[in-house]
Ligand binder design. Sequence first.
Ligand code: FMN
Length: 378
Amino acid sequence: MGQDPTKPALPWNKTRVSSRLGIEYPIIQGPLGGVPTQQLTAAVSNFGGLGSFGAHGWSPSAIKDVIAEIRALTSKPFAMNLWVSMEDEGAFTSSREAFARSLAPLAGHIHALGGTLPAYRPYVATKFEDQARVLLDAKVPVFSFIYGIPPKEILDECRAQGILIIGSATTPDEAVVLEQAGVDVIAASGFEAGGHRGSFLRPAEESLTGTFSLVPQVADAVSVPVVAAGGIADARGIVAAFALGAEGAQLGTAFLACEVSGANARHRDAILNGGARRTALTKGFTGRLARGIDNRLLEELNRPGVEILPYPLQRTLVRGLAIPAEKAAKTDLLPLWAGQSANLSRQSDVKTLFEALVSEVSAIAGPVLRWSRDESGK
Ligand SMILES: Cc1cc2nc3c(=O)[nH]c(=O)nc-3n(C[C@H](O)[C@H](O)[C@H](O)COP(=O)(O)O)c2cc1C
C-alpha cells in the first residue's frame, strides 16, 4: 500500500508499475480515444514511459494496422485501450423522433455555419470482442480498458500470451472487482480527469471521487499496483500521487496539448493558452458523462430539458456541428476535452514535456520512495 518507512529508499521510477510493464519511468500517456495518434503513443514509449492508443472507436481491421504502425515506430512496450461497454442499451432502440429532438438545439448553429445536418441512421454496433481479438492475435504488450471488465476468456488469453492488463477504476469498489478479475495494474481515475468517466458498478454521476481521495483508498483496497489518473499535469502532481500510494501516474490532457496528439490546433491552443481554466462534466458531447472545457456548446447542452441521445448516438450528432465549427474557428462550439488541470499544461512538444516530467520528479523526489511491495531489482 504505497510507501513504507521501514523499506530502503529506491529511485522514484523503480516501482512495481515500471517493473511489471517493463518501462523505465512509471509515467503513462493515457489513452486519448477519439484523438489518438500512433506517433504520440510511440514517442512516449520511446522516451521510457508507456504510450497508449485509445482504439475504442476503430474497426478491428483498422486496429490491426495501427498496431503494426506503432510497432514500426517503437520496439518498447505500449498499450492498446478499448472500452468494454461500447454503447448504452438505448442506442439500439433510439428513434428517428428522438434524433430530431436532440438535433434541434444544434441545428441552428449548424445552419449558421453552413454545415450539413447529420441524418438519422439506426445504430450499428462494433463488437468489443472483435476488437479485443485483434489485440490478442497481435500479442500487444499491454491491454488497457475502461467501462468494465472483459470476459474471463479474454483475460485468460491475455495471461497466456504474456499481455499485461491495466483496468480502470473510478471507485475503490471497482478496483476490488478488477483485482479479483486478475488485472496486473489498476488505473485509479479521479473525477478531475479529462474525457469520459469509465464507471461501471454505479452510474458515473455517483462515482465522482477526486484523485486525492480515490488513490489512497484504492491503494488500501487492493494489492496490485495503482496508477493515479486525473488532474496530474506536472511533476508536483506525480510526486503527490506517489505520496498517496500510487506507483505510477497517467496523464491525458497534458499529452493532448502536444503537437503530435490528434487534437486539432484550436483545442491544443485552448489548453496551452488559458482557454481551459474552467472545465465541466457533461453528457452532451457523446451521451456519456465526460469532462471538457466549459464553453458555449457544453453549457447549452447541459441546460435543463435538453434531450441527450444514448452513447454513442449523441457523439455522431455533435460531430455534425464540430466539422463546420472547426472550419469556421468557432472554438466555443467545439467539444473540447480537458481535465481540471489543463491550465497547468505548458508544453506542446512531447519530448520536452516528458523530459521535464522526469527531471523535475527526480529533482523533487530523489531516492525518497520506500515501497512496501517492490519488485524492483528483478
Ligand atoms: C480526449 C481524451 C480522450 C480519452 N480517451 C480515453 C479512452 O479512450 N480510454 C481511457 O481509458 N481513457 C481515456 N481518457 C482518459 C485519459 O487516458 C487519462 O486517464 C486522463 O486524461 C487523465 O486525466 P487528465 O486529463 O487530468 O490528465 C481520455 C482523456 C481525454 C482527455
